[in-house]
Design a protein around this ligand. Structure first.
Ligand SMILES: Cc1cc2nc3c(=O)[nH]c(=O)nc-3n(C[C@H](O)[C@H](O)[C@H](O)COP(=O)(O)OP(=O)(O)OC[C@H]3O[C@@H](n4cnc5c(N)ncnc54)[C@H](O)[C@@H]3O)c2cc1C
Length: 406
């Protein structure tokens, strides 16, 4: 069984950035396993910009950003293996990998998992009705358009109101389809003003407090039954696009029994991106849904640097403590904190998300004492950054509390 210093699973922006930063930090052999035939991850099928401004000083479309990542990986001598899909993680850094030659086992002193996110499909959203052709997620639609030059419908209904929903609207309009409506089950859109004006500015009705309750169509989608407030109506359409509702692509952690964080639904990680099992690290969108390409790149670079230092000067194996939080906070990353020597790089701040739109005071308590607080109107799924005080390394308890002020 061949052994690398580091294996990275996933060749999106975070995986490639981590690989580069490890090579720069002096790690000799860095192997990157990617199941597809190209690097770039989810950015590859985005037929729009902006990608790359902060990391490369220029704006790329999604596909050309992926090509730039491939060039960088080559320049830094990274051993990229395409068509390699990892199926299992072993306790000591050994990986079961499937490729065209069959199954093989690879191993490394450290493994970094950067497998990104997945969008919530119709099945996971529990939408009932007929099972016709023409029900997709944005990622699948964009893959059809980018890789096969194929627009599978002309009058879809789009569900969601995240940034990716705007990407879905734009992909439709720029490739010959005109959405019939955009539906958001919540009372408010998830993207803020002025971005949430985009569908209406394009002449597409944008309904909040509206959801699909039935799908009609024997062969193709023919219509959807929609609840809007107290009323229901039928909208004729020829497709349905479920956009967003991202969750981390953390199936490797679940199937391999590595510790998960049930807030983020990604792996549990400490302030360096290191998992409870110290052979494993994670970075990028697999830590939490969902960030931009540039964010994923910077996070990969920072976690890659911490991993490299950890490997060159292994830290003592302190058992991490768990970061706890009140409802309606949805998640906190990092969700573990380890004591011991501070490594450079890693996750400098806590990142939080709320489940609901709430007014109130968010506080960080270390050993029961408030060290940070802020009163605001918090919006669901918006990124919240709380600086991580160095004192947390020595804490016995770390808790985010919330007091509602309606
Ligand atoms: C539809 C859509 C539109 C977007 N639009 C924008 C935008 O306009 N601007 C922007 O900044 N961001 C955008 N994003 C977000 C951006 O694409 C992500 O933030 C970024 O790609 C995340 O990088 P990552 O490295 O964490 O994961 P990903 O880019 O998702 O990469 C994960 C990689 O891991 C691989 N992988 C997964 N599992 C395995 C396995 N078991 N074995 C081997 N390989 C595996 C995948 O094939 C993939 O290549 C968009 C995302 C989507 C889905």
């Amino acid at each position: 069984m061949s052994q690398s210093d580091v294996i990275i699973i996933g060749g999106g922006p975070s995986g490639v950035a981590a690989a580069i930063s490890m090579r720069k930090a002096g790690i000799k052999s860095v192997t990157l396993l990617e199941r597809e035939q190209h690097l770039g991850g989810a950015t590859r099928h985005c037929s729009h910009s902006p990608f790359g401004m902060l990391e490369f000083g220029r704006v790329y479309l999604g596909a050309s950003y992926g090509k730039r990542l491939e060039k960088e990986a080559q320049k830094f001598g990274i051993d990229v293996r395409y068509g390699h899909s990892v199926a299992r993680l072993g306790d000591g850094g050994e990986l079961l990998v499937s490729n065209f030659d069959g199954l093989q086992t690879l191993s490394a002193k450290r493994v970094l998992v950067t497998t990104g996110v997945r969008e919530t499909t119709r099945a996971a959203r529990l939408v009932t009705g007929d099972r016709p052709v023409g029900v997709l997620t944005t990622g699948t639609l964009q893959s059809y358009v980018a890789f096969h030059n194929m627009m599978p419908f002309k009058r879809p209904v789009i569900v969601g109101s995240e940034l990716v929903t705007l990407s879905a609207v734009w992909t439709c309009l720029s490739h010959g389809a005109r959405p019939v409506a955009v539906l958001e089950p919540r009372k408010q859109a998830l993207v803020r003003v002025p971005l949430n004006w985009f569908p209406s500015l394009m002449g597409i009705p944008f309904h909040r407090d509206a959801e699909i309750v039935d799908i009609l169509g024997r062969g193709r989608v023919e219509a959807v039954v929609v609840r809007r407030g107290e009323k229901t109506e039928t909208l004729d359409c020829d497709g349905i696009l479920f956009s967003g509702g991202f969750t981390p692509e953390a199936s490797l952690f679940m199937t391999s029994g590595l510790t998960m964080d049930w807030g983020s639904t990604g792996p549990a990680v400490d302030q360096y991106g290191r998992c409870e099992n110290p052979h494993y690290f994670a970075a990028g969108n697999v830590l939490r849904a969902v960030e931009t390409g540039g964010w994923a790149f910077r996070e990969g670079r920072a976690v890659g640097h911490a991993l490299a230092v950890d490997m060159l000067q292994p830290a003592s194996g302190e058992t991490p403590i768990k970061v706890t939080f009140d409802e309606p906070i949805k998640l906190v990353v990092p969700n573990l904190i380890r004591s011991g020597a501070e490594l450079p790089g890693g996750l400098n701040d806590f990142q939080l998300r709320f489940k609901d739109r709430v007014n109130g005071t968010l506080s960080l308590l270390i050993d029961g004492r408030s060290v940070w607080q802020k009163k605001a109107l918090w919006r669901p799924e918006s990124r919240i950054i709380v600086p991580r005080p160095t004192a947390v390394r020595h804490a016995q308890t770390i808790h985010f509390s919330f007091s509602r002020e309606d």
